[in-house]
Ligand binder design. Structure first.
Ligand code: FUB
Length: 340
C-alpha cells in the first residue's frame, strides 16, 4: 500500500541520516516544540513521545503521550536542560489520555501551560495549568477552557500584551467534527471547491485561563483573495498553528498534514484573513511535522521535529532547531531539513 511504501522509504532515509541527526535531546523522544523567550532564556514546551502498543492509524491512536517536560536553552548553540516532569495526565481531572502538542505563555510573574487532551468522553479539549516558574511544575485547572475544542494550542502575545489562543487539527485532532457549535460524531468535510476547514482563534481573558470572546475562524486566502479550498492539500490548514510578528506583519504558519509541509500566510492583524505566501519547512522524516518560530538575541529560529533518532517511527520524534530568515521583503526562506 502507499502507506507501507512511505514507511519503507522513510526507514531507508532514516538509515542514511542517522549518523548526523543533530537532535536537541537524546535521552527521551520529544515533538511539537513550542519555543518562547521568557526573561532572556529560551524555553521549549514539547510533547513527550513514548512507545505505544496502539494501532498506527489516521486517528493518531499511536500518539499516547502522558506528560510534559519543559526544556531550556541558554544560547542557541548551548546545552539543552531537561527540567523534569512539569504536568502528568493523572493530575488533570478532566483529561483521560493523549497529552498532545502544548504551548505556554507568561503574564505578570505567572506561567501558563496550554495543552490538549481527550476528556472523559474522548473529545479533545484544551486545558490550562499554572506555575510561578517557566519550568513548572504546573497545576491544572479542574476543567478545560470553556469554548475550546480540538488540538494544538498556540498562544501569541501581541505588542499591546493581548494574548490570542489559536488551535485546531484535522483527522485525529477532530476539527472536522466541529462544523457546528456541538461535537458531531461524524466527520464532516466541505465539498470539493468549498473553503477548507479553518483553524480557530480567540483572545484570552486577562486571567489567562478563559476566552474573552467567541471563537473565530482563521481564514487563509490565495493570491487572488479567494479562500484556500478543502482539496488544496499543499496549502490548506491541517494542524499546528503558530503566529509570530515581524516588522508589523502577522505571520500565521501551520502544517499541511498529509502533504507534510510547514507553510505560512501573512496578515495585518491577529485574526486574519491571512494570505498564503509559501513553504517554511520541506517534509521531514516521519508523517507529522510541527513547528514554532521564536526570536532570541535578535535572530529568528525555527523549532521542529523529525523521526530520525527512532529510525523513522512516526510517533517517536525528536526536536531540532534551525536558523530562520526573513528577506528584505518579509518572505521566509524555505528550509530543506537535510540539505546543508
Ligand atoms: O503530537 C501529536 C500530534 O502530532 C500533534 O498534536 C500534531 O500537531 C502532530 O504533531
Amino acid at each position: 500500500s502507499d502507506a507501507e511504501l512511505k514507511q519503507l522509504k522513510d526507514l531507508q532515509r532514516a538509515n542514511s541520516l542517522i549518523q548526523n541527526h543533530n537532535v536537541l535531546v537524546e535521552h527521551m523522544y520529544t515533538a511539537d516544540p513550542s519555543a518562547h523567550v521568557f526573561n532572556g532564556t529560551m524555553y521549549i514546551y514539547p510533547s513527550h513521545d513514548i512507545e505505544s502498543k496502539n494501532e498506527i492509524n489516521d486517528n493518531g491512536d499511536h500518539f499516547a503521550m502522558r506528560d510534559y517536560h519543559v526544556l531550556s536553552l541558554e544560547e542557541s548553540t548551548g546545552k539543552v536542560i531537561d527540567h523534569g516532569v512539569a504536568l502528568c495526565v493523572d493530575d488533570v481531572k478532566w483529561a483521560s489520555k493523549q497529552m498532545w502538542a502544548p504551548d505556554a505563555a507568561h503574564k505578570l510573574g505567572q506561567y501558563y501551560l496550554y495543552f490538549p487532551a481527550r476528556d472523559q468522553q474522548g473529545i479533545f479539549r484544551i486545558g490550562v495549568a499554572k506555575s510561578d516558574s517557566p519550568t513548572g511544575p504546573f497545576k491544572a485547572e479542574d476543567d478545560y477552557i470553556q469554548g475550546t475544542f480540538s488540538i494544538d494550542p498556540a498562544v501569541f502575545e501581541d505588542e499591546d500584551s493581548s494574548h490570542y489562543l489559536y488551535f485546531g487539527g484535522l483527522w485525529g485532532g477532530q476539527l472536522q467534527n466541529w462544523q457546528t457549535s456541538n461535537f458531531n460524531e461524524q466527520n464532516i468535510y466541505p465539498k470539493p471547491g468549498e473553503p477548507a476547514i479553518p483553524a480557530r482563534v480567540a483572545k484570552l481573558s486577562d486571567n489567562m485561563i478563559s476566552l474573552s470572546e467567541d471563537v473565530k475562524e482563521v481564514v487563509v486566502l490565495d493570491e487572488s483573495g479567494a479562500a484556500i479550498t478543502v482539496c488544496d492539500n499543499h496549502r490548506r490548514f491541517f494542524e499546528g498553528p503558530w503566529v509570530h510578528k515581524h516588522n508589523g506583519v502577522y505571520y500565521f504558519s501551520y502544517s499541511t498534514g498529509d502533504t507534510h509541509k510547514i507553510v505560512y500566510a501573512t496578515g495585518d492583524n491577529p485574526y486574519g484573513p491571512f494570505t498564503y505566501q509559501g513553504v517554511i519547512l520541506n517534509p521531514v522524516l516521519g508523517w507529522t511535522t510541527h513547528h514554532s518560530i521564536v526570536k532570541h538575541n535578535g535572530s529568528w529560529f525555527l523549532f521542529y521535529h523529525d523521526s530520525t533518532l527512532s529510525g523513522g517511527q512516526t510517533h517517536l520524534r525528536s526536536i531540532k532547531m534551525a536558523k530562520l530568515e526573513h528577506d528584505e521583503s518579509g518572505k521566509i526562506k524555505t528550509i530543506s531539513p537535510y540539505e546543508q
